[in-house]
Each structure stands twice: as C-alpha cells, then as structure tokens.
Design a binder for this molecule. Structure first.
Ligand code: RP5
Length: 164
C-alpha cells in the first residue's frame, strides 16, 4: 500500500452535496492543503464506501470530511471503518431544513466519534481539518494563527467603522 493520497479526504453521499461541500475544499485550498473528493453513498454503494474508509489511512489520508443529507449515515459509517478523525457535515435538503441530517450525524454511539459541524458548515469542516493537521505541522499552525489574526482585524475594522 503506497502513501500517496492527499492528507484530506472529502466524501459525500451524492454529487448533489458538492455545492455545499465545496466550501471545505475552498478552505483547504486557502491553506495549501491537498484534498481528494469522492461520492460514496452509505446506502447506494455501501461496500465501496467501506473499502474507501478502510484503506484511507494506509493511503496517507490524515483527516476525513464526510457530508451527507437526510438519513445521513455516511460520516458515522466511515468513522466505524477507519481510525482517522472524521468531521461530519450535515447537508441541508429541501425538507426539515437539515435538522434530519444534523441529528443523523451528531448522535453517534459512544466509541465511534464524529466531529459534527453546523448544518451546511463545510467551510468550518475544512478549517477544522487544517487545525488537526496543524497539531503536527508547525508551518500550518502558523498559517492558522495568521488566519485568526485576520479574523480579528476584520472585526476590529467593522468596530472602528461603526464607532466613527
Ligand atoms: C444522501 O441523499 C446524499 O448525501 C444527499 O444529500 C441526499 C440526496 O441524494 P440525491 O438524491 O441528490 O442523489 O444520501
């Protein structure tokens, strides 16, 4: 098994999730973190999903971002088949405003964690993946420090503008 995969794997239950999930890829691009994206359905292609999850760590993936909508079992099932950290993104569909997706992903049984972000929160999923990688990558951690400083500056600028 070769370790040539990008450090972040973005998986989703359908290509219809991509308009939501691409925000994770954009965040990773901003930090120069490479990623791969796959459509893997817990219900429609369960064996392909489990094979990908089981092989991911050996291929060099370090963090998984998994998004799904509705009966959103993909993040939890991927987490059951890998030791890698899995970040779950509840994708909002036409009904129930994404609450179904959120509850499907966040209520994991003890022993099988999924770090769930907000409904549609794929950008934060990408940023969380950067932080996880930054724990063992000082350069990436410094880039996150600069990013956070930029956030603070943008709030300070708004504060100054309102106070003027
Ligand atoms: C879920 O079903 C997918 O993650 C997607 O959010 C939802 C609908 O999929 P499509 O019918 O658009 O393929 O498994």
């Amino acid at each position: 098994m070769t370790s040539t995969a990008p450090p972040v794997g973005i998986v989703m239950g359908s290509d219809s999730d991509w308009p939501t999930m691409r925000a994770a890829a954009v965040a990773l691009d901003e930090f120069g973190v490479a990623w791969e994206a796959r459509v893997l359905s817990a219900h429609r292609t369960p064996r392909v999903m489990l094979d990908w999850a089981a092989a991911a760590a050996g291929r060099g993936v370090r963090v998984v971002i998994a998004g799904a909508g509705g009966a959103a079992h993909l993040p939890g099932m991927v987490a059951s088949a890998t030791v890698l950290p899995v970040i779950g993104v509840p994708v909002p569909l036409a009904h129930l405003d994404g609450m179904d997706s959120l509850l499907s992903i966040v209520q994991m049984p003890a022993g099988v964690p999924v770090a769930t972000v907000s409904i549609g929160g794929a950008r934060n999923a990408g940023l969380l993946a950067v932080r996880i990688l930054g724990a063992s990558d000082p350069e990436l951690a410094r880039a996150m420090e600069r990013f956070q400083a930029g956030l603070a500056e943008s709030v300070a600028a708004k504060d100054t503008a309102l106070a003027a």
